[in-house]
Design a binder for this molecule. Structure first.
Ligand code: AMP
Ligand code: GLY
Length: 425
């Protein structure tokens, strides 16, 4: 199908990156974004909508004659927005509310992994402080405590401090306590119609707020792709041992997963383990991955949404590297300082190998200001990771954003060859 009209739902950096890549597909005639952000408003028509209101999103999609709706964030998916759009007879890329429980509940994901025989950390589901205390003792330090429900990347604590682990659990309600996983992390995204699955290129995300992986977890402070240290058989191994059995288990349960399955992995000394599933594109990995994709994204997502992914061959890629560095607002991941001004070059697209992706930005008159935790991301592509990261950091340094903060070491170790190659999966 060509001449597609595509509605992208959401307002973050991921949605900006999705809209950009979908708009680059020659089979796409029009892209709309709802509600979007100042970066997307600059480039495509936008509509004000509550992204978690399925009826409102479906009505908007019908009103603009959308052929395809792409739901970006997890909250609308867990709320059933994809179901509401499909019920209105419009193709939607995004799992049902039931299938989105792979992200919506850590314990649900653990149950599916156990039933599917997928390698993951040993864990216990806990409802009371006594259960948490027993689980911490059983699973040992470093302690890993995860809020069961959605938490925007901030529901997990990894700590050697038992009192801090107990306090985090008390603040979360139901939690999953897990065994600690060592080794580098990989994000592998898979586009699926529930049966056929196409992997994207693996990326690595930087979860901690500070350089050298210090400080608390965030939604993600940067990312890069490809991973020069990853073993050649990584993607095939993940497809065979994780993705195929998980999709089969979801189908067996009568809740097939169609959409984007995000597999978060740790490549430990004892082999790969799934750290988490998400039910949507990762943010900010997507911003690094999509500029390297040469397959037509709008048509691929349409095929996935209409159960015809078998007709699409393997995805193809530019043989380059890409890096995104996220600029957050001071205070993030706690309460961010809002209202700080942002000026400088390239704030709204650019013709070279560098572009700015908006996330938590707003307009104060004509001035761009910070309005959220993760404010924007600078993406650069290059022949090598070193070139891409140099260009991304140079572009970031050219911005005037006094209340912004960012890590200075995104992709640094990988670019310098300092991550020991992983040899066993
Ligand atoms: P999650 O929301 O489950 O992805 O967890 C967020 C981050 O916490 C992960 O990307 C890891 O960096 C860290 N993390 C989660 N689970 C574990 C674990 N079992 N061992 C070590 N680190 C973990
Ligand atoms: N980058 C992590 C996430 O999207 O959850």
């Amino acid at each position: 199908m060509t001449d597609l009209t595509v509605l992208v739902v959401g307002s973050g950096g991921r949605e900006h990156a999705l809209a950009r890549a979908i708009a680059a597909d020659p089979g796409v005639a029009a892209v709309h974004v709802a509600p979007g952000n100042p970066g997307t408003w600059h480039s495509w028509p936008h509509h004000d909508v509550d992204a978690t209101d399925g009826r409102a999103v479906a009505a908007l999609a019908a009103g603009i004659g959308a052929d395809l709706v792409v739901v970006g964030p997890e909250a609308p998916l867990v709320a059933g927005v994809a179901d509401a759009v499909r019920a209105a007879g419009i193709a939607c890329f995004g799992p049902s509310a039931e299938a989105a429980q792979l992200e919506g509940s850590k314990q649900f994901a653990k149950d599916v992994m156990a039933a599917a025989g997928v390698p993951t950390a040993a864990s216990r589901f806990c409802r009371t402080p006594d259960e948490v205390a027993a689980a911490l003792t059983a699973l040992g330090s470093p302690y890993v405590v995860k809020q069961d429900g959605l938490a925007a990347g901030k529901g997990v604590i990894v700590t050697g401090d038992r009192a801090a682990a107990m306090a985090h659990a008390a603040a979360c309600g139901d939690v999953v306590v897990e065994e600690y996983l060592d080794g580098p992390e990989v994000s592998l995204f898979v586009i699926t119609d529930g049966t056929v699955a196409l992997p994207l290129q693996p990326a690595q995300d930087f979860k901690r707020v500070g350089d050298g992986d210090s400080g608390p977890n965030t939604g993600g402070m940067g990312a890069y792709t490809p991973l020069p240290w990853a073993p050649a058989g990584l993607v095939d191994a993940v497809m065979e041992r994780v993705v195929v059995p998980t999709l089969a288990e979801m189908t067996r349960r009568g809740t097939p997963f169609a959409g984007l399955l995000y597999v978060g992995l740790a490549l430990t000394s004892r082999g790969m383990r799934v750290v988490e599933y998400n039910a949507r594109f990762g943010d900010p990995e997507t911003q690094a991955i999509l500029p390297l994709l040469t397959s037509p994204l709008g048509q691929v997502l349409y095929a996935a949404a209409t159960g015809r992914l078998a007709e699409v061959g393997p995805l193809s890629w530019r043989d380059e590297a890409a890096v995104i560095v996220v600029a957050a607002a001071e205070g993030y991941p706690g309460t961010p300082t809002t209202g700080g001004t942002i000026t400088g070059p390239r704030l709204y697209e650019s013709a070279d190998n560098v572009h700015v992706i908006h996330a938590g930005t707003a307009l104060d008159g004509d001035t761009l200001v910070a309005a959220g935790g993760r404010v924007l991301g600078v993406v650069a592509t290059g022949q090598t990771l070193t070139q891409a990261r140099d260009d991304a950091y140079a572009a970031l340094a050219a911005l005037d954003f006094p209340t912004g903060l960012w890590r200075t070491d995104i992709a640094a170790k990988a670019a310098a060859g300092l991550i020991p190659p992983v040899t066993s999966l």
